[in-house]
Design a protein around this ligand. Structure first.
Ligand code: ADP
Ligand code: ASP
Ligand code: MG
Length: 408
């Protein structure tokens, strides 16, 4: 049997109730070789980065206060576990582990000289802590729920270059190292739990993969173990036709190609890390995006080929430019669909500044005024992404054809 990788993001491991819910999701997989990857609890990485910033500016006391508050969050989860009488025996050991890891990160935080000399390297020493503490605590909660779990130090698996804060895994090292660490545990019937986002250089110095990088870890672990599926559990029911924070009634996209999902992520959709699709794609491992707060709800599966070609699956918005925003309209071979382009011109009449496209690409980029961007995004999502409005073409017809045929 091939293993299965389940990754849980920040909101899914935000507190003891949420981690209990994670345990109930993992429990049915215990005889199916699950490997669990976890992120820092929601808000912890942001806070640790803020602590580093304060420390770099010389505000040591404020930095320590912010840092300690994060450690207290993890200790509180352990305390709740003990109070619920679920795991009274191991709590002392776990508190020691949390405190010793925190002590070493705290000393990096307060080493101002090193912080100024090697800011990125020292940042990684501190911000890696959140995801690593999650792995320790989640493994412990699993034990309390009767799951034979073992926390694994992700730094022994994900071996990277030394591009601190945005390190790139060295595949020839990472894949065998991950397999070597995890396979023996799986063979013993244990559930490995490891931190996402974190790695180490060949010399053993801690690195991180960039914000949102736990998805990338999960996919790399899937590649290393030739997993049968990589499940990304988050706080929304799959990849939606637009960011639900901007378009509350956006719909779950049931099927997307790896290329479409990677393109959407590249254009800013936070739901997946942009690099996380490639490892699954290389091995055609199904990657699904699911909601840990609604485990039986709708979800997205990434596949190599979908029969829907040339239509708009989803839209994303990037507002990082001075006065303009970029709306990316995503769908396989979308730039070849003249009908979609005409509709876009109608929908954005007089409001479209530039049109970015590449032949054969899975996106069309639309540059619009920043203060109109959300309204226009909503309009495009409603008129082109909804199942009944999609303008799709059959793959067979596209091949070698100069014109398009609308699917029935
Ligand atoms: P996690 O901590 O689980 O990794 P993230 O916050 O990184 O979660 O990603 C999930 C968030 O991505 C959602 O809460 C949602 O606001 C945002 N998001 C942006 N674009 C999309 C989209 N197209 N579909 C679903 N979620 C999206
Ligand atoms: N904890 C890291 C972050 O907040 C990684 C992740 O959540 O994927 O960026
Ligand atoms: Mg994320």
């Amino acid at each position: 049997m091939k293993p299965i990788v389940l990754k849980f993001g920040g909101t899914s491991v935000a507190g003891s109730t949420e981690i209990g819910q994670v345990a109930s999701i993992v429990e049915p997989y215990t005889n199916s070789l699950p490997v669990v990857v976890v992120s820092a609890a929601a808000g912890v990485t942001d806070a640790l980065l803020e602590a580093v910033e304060k420390a770099s500016l010389g505000y040591a006391q404020e930095a320590v206060e912010i840092f300690d508050a994060q450690i207290r969050r993890y200790l509180a989860i352990v305390e709740e576990l003990v109070a619920s009488k679920k795991q009274p025996l191991l709590s002392g050991q776990i508190v020691n582990q949390i405190e010793s890891k925190a002590l070493s990160a705290r000393s990096s935080l307060l080493d101002t000289k090193m912080l100024l000399k090697y800011p990125k390297k020292m940042t990684d020493e501190v911000v890696s802590l959140g995801d690593m503490l999650s792995a320790i605590v989640v493994a412990e909660v699993f034990k309390a729920y009767g799951i034979a779990a073992r926390s694994v130090d992700a730094r022994h698996c994900i071996i990277t270059n030394d591009c601190f804060t945005a390190a790139e895994p060295i595949l020839t090292e990472t894949l065998p190292a991950t397999e070597k660490r995890l396979k023996p545990l799986l063979l013993k019937g244990l559930v490995p739990v490891l931190a996402g986002f974190v790695g180490s250089t060949l010399l053993g110095t801690t690195t991180t993969l960039g914000r949102g990088g736990s998805d990338y870890t999960a996919s790399l672990v899937g590649e290393a173990l030739d997993a049968r599926e990589v499940q990304i559990w988050t706080d929304v029911s799959g990849i939606k036709s637009a960011d639900p924070r901007l378009v509350p009634d956006a719909q779950t996209v049931p099927l997307m190609t790896y290329e479409e999902a990677a393109t959407l992520a590249r254009f800013g959709a936070k739901v997946l890390h942009p690099k996380s699709v490639a490892p699954a794609h290389r091995h055609s491992i199904p990657l699904t995006v699911r909601n840990s707060f609604e485990p039986e709800g709708r979800f997205t599966t990434l596949v190599k080929k979908d029969k829907k070609v040339g239509c708009v699956k989803a839209v994303s918005l990037q507002k990082d430019f001075q006065q303009d925003s970029l709306i990316a309209v995503v769908g396989e071979r979308i730039s070849e669909n003249r009908v979609v382009k005409e509709r876009l011109e109608e929908l954005l009449a007089g409001e479209l500044f530039y049109y970015l496209q590449e032949t054969g690409a899975a996106f069309i980029g639309l540059v619009v005024k920043k203060d109109r961007a959300v309204t226009l995004l909503r309009r495009i999502e409603k008129e082109l992404c909804r199942e009944s409005n999609q303008i799709c073409f059959s793959r067979d017809f596209l091949q070698g054809s100069s014109s398009f045929k609308k699917l029935a």
